[in-house]
Write a protein that binds this ligand. Structure first.
Ligand code: SAH
Length: 261
């Protein structure tokens, strides 16, 4: 796995941190402003190695991390950014072997993070209403992960119901998750986790009100994360000037069994 193989999607990273994506093919040639590099010079070599083009320009050959891949892959819908993907995995408590339902699939960024965390013994079921997004997401996932037999994509409107219960975890990235709350009560197993991402405060208020109105949910929490990168260069040690100030709020709730149930 540490050596580059035929068919791998890799990044060639220049010293200026410019990235060029290529898929390694036998006999393939990478062209870069008049310079060339044979794919065969990369195949079988260790990942992370420095290579030179025909005119001596240096590149480092790396497989993209999932975080790098999701921000570069072709998009149908807006993807969830790595800072939130990391948080979701912990707060929705995604574990190896879990059965996770998500909606919608969008571009497949969250789907891949979930698939990695549930592992081969777990499964991810993804509801989506748009054919074009489902197709794009599946292509993105295939490019990065290869075939994933434990992913099921259903062309279904989750507001109309859930037919795949009981599930361990429910993760929602769509505009009106409060419409899912009544179905979530029956689809989530007791002790299961409900998580949704929303960009605006009125949406958060509405989903929290819906969760509070259902006796089957407790421990409702809402939070956001701000990721601030730093410049560390000699004596210039300070936060970077630019950052993403807002992406989404996360609301989490636990499926509980009230006394009367
Ligand atoms: N989490 C995804 C992005 C999801 S964007 C990613 O990381 O790539 C929101 C998606 O939800 C869109 O693809 C949209 O078509 C889908 N969607 C919206 N309403 C839906 C519904 N009621 N049921 C299923 N999918 C829905």
């Amino acid at each position: 796995m540490s050596h580059l193989r035929l068919g791998d999607r890799i990044h060639l990273v220049s010293y200026k941190d410019r990235r060029y994506t290529l898929v390694l093919r036998a006999g393939g040639i990478f062209q870069f402003s008049g310079e060339t590099l044979a794919h065969d010079d990369l195949i079988g070599k260790p990942e992370g190695m420095t290579v030179r083009t025909s005119r001596g320009t240096h590149f480092i050959a790396l497989r993209p991390t999932l975080a790098e891949y999701v921000v570069k892959m072709p998009r149908g819908a807006q993807v969830i950014y790595p800072k939130d993907l990391g948080l979701i995995l912990m707060w929705a408590d995604i574990y190896p072997g879990a059965k996770v339902l998500e909606a919608g699939i969008g571009s497949g960024a969250l789907t891949m993070a979930l698939l990695r965390s549930v592992g081969e013994k777990g499964s991810v079921i993804s509801y989506e209403v748009r054919d074009d997004f489902a197709k794009r997401a599946q292509e993105n996932i295939d490019q990065f992960m290869g075939p994933v037999p434990n992913l099921v994509v259903r062309m279904k409107n989750i507001y109309e119901g859930i037919e795949d219960g009981p599930v361990d975890r429910l993760v929602l990235d769509l505009p009106e998750p409060w419409q899912v709350v009544p179905h979530a009560v029956t689809a989530l197993r007791p002790g299961g986790v409900f998580l949704c991402l929303l960009p605006t405060v009125p949406q958060v208020q509405q989903v929290v009100a819906a969760l509070q109105a259902e006796k089957g949910f407790g421990f409702i929490e809402t939070f956001e994360t701000l990721l601030r990168t730093w410049n560390i260069d000699g004596r210039s040690v300070r936060p970077d000037h630019r950052m993403v100030a807002h992406s989404a709020f996360l609301t989490v709730a636990r499926r509980i069994v009230p006394e009367a149930e």
